[in-house]
Design a protein around this ligand. Structure first.
Ligand code: SF4
Length: 330
């Protein structure tokens, strides 16, 4: 049976910005992650997915809602409990260069969390573990005495992954781990993460804006738009039968390698800019760009509902009480 290791319940994260305006980065988001699975969180830049990752890690205070990890509320942990929590949950960042101290050698970068947590009494054992980790991520022990600037982007991300593994965590939040890498290197890093997951029984929250890469690694996927979760289901179901108009548009933008299919299929071009999370649209937040928007969409926020088995969506098109109405944005 699946064991829910992480539960995000009605999470809200708002920031007060200039002139006391409120930026609604995350609004009422709920999902869970099963032990051993990869849950993908996707959406355009600025949709709130990275804020969710940081709030789960406790790097941001929540505004409302709960984040439960292994049955404990992560925002109510004592300092001692936080120490154990950070041993179990680690993060991989988007920009491997910015996340690695340029003045530290690779050996120092990877061994720092081990020292903070007092993992090894002997320096020799600690160094052996650094060597092991370098080999696990496809580097070698000769790299230990070099500095981050001496490596390519893909190698630097491998160092970031080795550091995240240094405490032998059970859960990793990978925040856009491949976005800064060349396309040719992205698949290598995704494959490395998949291999490590199998070997170490890891659980991943994989945050990305590229749906095609998320598909490669995720068991289930949540799609976000302007701080809201709009659709969530198993990876195959999302690709084979997307329900939300925003998901359909995102998927239609992914090129298909077969030129005949590629030429004949319809692309959904979203009109307009992403609205500001300081002043989001009333009703459905996607309504200003939705080709299927109806009158009700500006009045009522769509409810989060299970439309098919384990397939959730927030869209009035699937309200049985409302039925189909004529689009207003066409
Ligand atoms: Fe489009 Fe309305 Fe559905 Fe929002 S609720 S996605 S505006 S049809």
């Amino acid at each position: 049976m699946n064991e829910k290791i992480l539960q995000v319940e009605n999470l809200k994260k708002h920031f007060t910005v200039e002139k006391k305006q409120v930026l609604q980065a995350v609004n009422d988001v709920s999902f869970y992650v099963n032990k051993g699975e990869t849950f993908g969180l996707v959406g355009e830049s600025g949709c709130g997915k990275s804020t969710i990752g940081r709030t789960i890690m406790g790097l941001y205070e929540k505004t409302a809602g709960n984040v439960m990890y292994d049955g404990r509320n992560v925002h109510e942990l004592t300092d001692k409990e936080k120490f154990g929590f950070y041993r179990n949950m680690q993060m991989i960042f988007q920009d491997p260069y910015a996340s690695l101290n340029p003045r530290s050698t690779v050996k120092e970068v990877i061994s720092e969390p081990m020292e903070v947590h007092g993992l090894y009494k002997s320096k020799r054992k600690q160094l052996d573990r650094v060597y092991e980790l370098l080999e696990e991520v496809g580097l070698n022990r000769d790299h230990a005495n070099r500095y981050p600037h001496e490596f390519s982007g893909g190698q630097r991300q491998r160092i970031g992954i080795a550091r995240a593994l240094a405490l032998d965590p059970e859960f990793i939040i990978a925040d856009e781990p491949i976005s800064a890498l060349d396309v040719s290197v992205q698949a290598q890093v995704v494959n490395l993460l998949k291999d490590l997951q199998m070997e170490k029984d890891l659980t991943f929250l994989f945050i990305a804006h590229d749906l095609s890469m998320v598909k490669q690694i995720s068991d289930r996927i949540g799609v976000m738009y302007l701080g809201n979760l709009v659709e969530l289901t198993a990876s195959e179901a999302l690709y084979e039968k997307p329900l939300h108009p925003y998901t359909k548009a995102l998927l239609s933008a992914i090129p298909i390698p077969d030129p005949d299919i590629e030429e004949s299929r319809e692309r959904i071009i979203l009109e307009g800019e992403l609205p500001s999370p300081i002043n989001p649209p009333s009703g459905c937040v996607f309504r200003t760009r939705c080709p299927m928007a109806m009158d009700i969409c500006s009045i009522e926020k769509p409810q989060w509902q299970e439309v098919e088995q384990a397939h959730y969506v927030a869209c009035h098109l699937y309200d049985h009480t409302i039925g189909n109405r004529d689009p207003v944005n066409t």
